[in-house]
Design a protein around this ligand. Structure first.
Ligand SMILES: [Zn+2]
Length: 359
């Protein structure tokens, strides 16, 4: 039990999680939600033996031959090789993964899914197969199923403390954003960054496709499941970047960035941001419009959201002596913000999360 107690620190209320004592290297991951919501309960019901490590595909010539043929577009040859590999190493995740890749190239989605289900039954390591299940479902536009498998891939990784596949964190972060779970989105992104600091985040087109799918296929149950995942699994102590890192990310053209600041530091952030954008971005570029589009804020405590125009107005309050500015300074939001308080009068938070996001 040690690993999970350390991981979660407290008793679960809604999700029961257990992991068999690590007498060997293959812990049993069992989770159960029991909320009565069928979708939530299905997503969070996991009973897996998970063993990381073991064979390394890149040290095995017969695996490298599959990758080579597959990447070169010699799909039939790769399929032949990978089937032989599967028959030889039935408990190895690699052949199931590649069967899935190759069948998807041929748009044989039933076969692609079957390969993964076989792998989930037979392979010692499963989290990569769960992530592939998510991406296969997403490729065929079934967001409910995709989210279910991304969540499972995340839970297994966090439970075994082997967090190496950023894809499910990234994809789910955009779903969370569209569902209004902005702080959850932020936490998921921190994992993405922690796993892979060099790879760019999801490109805008792919993100937009996810936003649209979430608007069309998103449900309350989906939102509840992601909120539960956050509550029970996503660690809250991941460090959030400083104002300097945030400005650096924005100016260097990162698609997204975020930081947690004292509300009293917001003016400093705004001034630096406006100044540096003017200095480093092309001269025909308009600062206020970009801020309206790409800046937003969330209270980490109550979830109150400040949109781009509000944050821009708050940042500009001190600059003008016009009657309009004087009036704007007297609005309830400006008054509370000016005192370093969350604009929600029922909330006592003195902090705000500032997000720089896709248009
Ligand atoms: Zn608040």
């Amino acid at each position: 039990m040690g690993m999970f107690n350390k991981l979660f620190g407290k008793k679960k209320k809604q999700v029961e999680v257990s992991i068999e004592d690590a007498t060997d290297v293959s812990p049993m991951i069992k989770t159960e939600a029991g909320t009565g919501d069928k979708y939530v309960d299905t997503c969070l019901k996991i009973e897996f033996q998970e063993t990381h490590g073991g064979r390394k595909w890149y040290e095995m010539p017969e695996c490298k031959a599959v990758v080579e043929a597959g990447n070169a577009g010699r799909t039939e040859e790769a399929l032949r090789l990978v089937k032989a590999l599967r028959d030889k190493y039935q408990d190895f995740w690699f052949p199931y993964y590649w069967l899935n890749v190759l069948y998807r190239k041929q748009k044989r989605y039933d076969d692609a899914l079957k390969a993964l289900f076989d792998g989930l039954r037979l392979s010692k390591s499963k989290y990569v197969l769960c992530a592939m299940m998510g991406s296969t479902r997403w490729e065929t536009d079934n967001l409910l199923e995709a989210v279910k498998w991304w969540i499972r891939a995340i839970i297994i990784q966090i439970a075994t403390k082997e967090i190496t596949d950023d894809e499910p964190f990234l994809q789910l972060s955009y779903v969370a954003w569209q569902l209004g779970l902005k702080v959850v989105c932020l936490r998921l992104r921190r994992y993405v960054d922690a796993i892979n600091r060099t790879k760019p985040r999801l490109i805008a087109d792919a993100a937009n496709r996810l936003y649209i799918a979430t608007r069309l296929q998103g449900t309350e149950s989906m939102k509840r499941t992601i909120a539960l995942l956050d509550q029970e699994y996503l660690s809250r102590d991941l460090s959030i970047s400083s104002i300097e890192d945030f400005i650096d990310s924005v100016v260097s053209g990162d698609l997204t960035a975020e930081c947690l600041i004292q509300i009293t530091d917001y003016q400093h952030l705004y001034d630096r941001l406006a100044e540096d954008l003017k200095k480093f971005w092309p001269s025909d570029f308009r600062v206020p419009e970009t801020l309206w589009d790409r800046l937003s804020g969330t209270c980490p405590k109550c979830g109150k959201i400040l949109d781009g125009p509000q944050l821009t107005a708050l940042g500009q309050l001190r600059q003008s002596n016009s009657p309009a500015a004087a009036q704007a300074r007297m609005t309830p939001i400006a008054l509370r913000f000016g005192q370093g308080l969350c604009p929600n009068e029922k909330c006592s938070s003195r902090e705000v999360i500032i997000l720089w996001h896709l248009r």
